[in-house]
Design a protein around this ligand. Sequence first.
Ligand code: ZN
Ligand code: MN
Length: 466
Amino acid sequence: MPNTLNQKIEPIIGLEIHIELQTKSKMFCSCPADHFGKEPNNQTCPVCLGLPGALPVPNQKAIEWTVLAGLALDSEIPLFSKFDRKNYFYPDLPKGYQISQYDLPLAEKGKWKMSRGAGSRSAGDNGKWIRIKRVHLEEDTAKLIHQFGMENGKWKMENKNYTLIDFNRSGVPLMEIVTEPDLCSAEEAKIFLQKLQQLVRYLAISEADMEKGQMRCEPTINLKISKNRKLFFTPLVEVKNINSFRFVQKAIDYEINRQREEFERTGLEKQPGSKTTRGWDEEKQITVLQREKEEAEDYRYFPEPDIPPIRWTKAQISNLQSQISELPDQKIKRLMKRYGLSAYQAEILTQTKEEADYFERACEIAGVVPFKEIANVIVNKRIKIEKLSSSELIKTLAKGKKQRPILGEELDEAIDEVLKENSTAISDFKKGKTAAIEFLVGQVARRTKGQADPNQTRKLLLEKLL
Ligand code: ZN
Ligand code: MN
């Protein structure tokens, strides 16, 4: 931040993130949840159209997935939770209220360590803790499509602006994650969102594609200004209508500058409990005032009478916890340790789970090819993993490489060690699962750092097992 004389400016940024869950059906009815690009108003029923008398039936998967996200964000999962009605009028909300969660969310008080992106770890950045205030579940609204009166179509309306409503999105499960205001730059906010997108993709609960509206972000921003040994806080602003990582960054940077200028011009300060809403105007690249004040009381929240509250046992929660497989940060550490990768390589290779799996599959059959070389090639040559299989990759890399003749005794020892540690694979093999032998060959290759000839290994293994 620019420091003029005796003045220091620190942005205070919190994020409110909505993520559509990729469940088969919607949150409270059996209509398909996958709505992107579908024929408008084709995936609706009395429940998601908000017709009187229709009763909601909550989607168990969506509830469990929200808890999974809460656990991955190191949150507490209260054993009692409920849905509430958030009342407001808007054309995209036919019931006049949104089923959401108010005082008892599915997860709360989390924390998440955020590193600053590829390469930062090797530069000694261990990341920063961002506190997670809450994770709750609600339903998405219908989609408003604003258009200009058509020239030659049936709809002319004297070329006035008009709006269409598509109810396919109405009632899609929507997870909301709210952070504490622990971020302090547009860059940090962008990195946080990218990491969060990666996390929910690893959990396989959402594709979280911002361009498709599957992930939407509303940053809340104000400035802490110390000037002449006095502290000032500028009014709190929430920015809506942002649909890409780039615009998150732009909108926050714009707002930081706007608030600084406004403060210098007017000296306006934050009023307790008050928040202004501004919208991001993509065309003009500015934020525009939408609403002056908004408070929780305005929504007249009350418990949803049509849905019984949610009660968990501790066993159910730990069962959900055990369903979480290796997450990006753990995977990075393990790949570094097991394959001797640099932090940079590990970070790139774990950007998607598919790429990390591809790398590990290649290592299983590495043979004479060192693990580091495999990592280098995938990272630097940007291998298209869907176009070149990992075995084809290894074949190419192994070309021209001489097998270092590993001593018979050395190989023998390695095989014995592997057999000692993999009794399950042995019994699988004896039960007729022939694939188990390839697993054992891979284990021997790993133990000998790829110096054992796979054919020789296989032969020796079979001799020992048969
Ligand atoms: Zn429906
Ligand atoms: Mn919400």
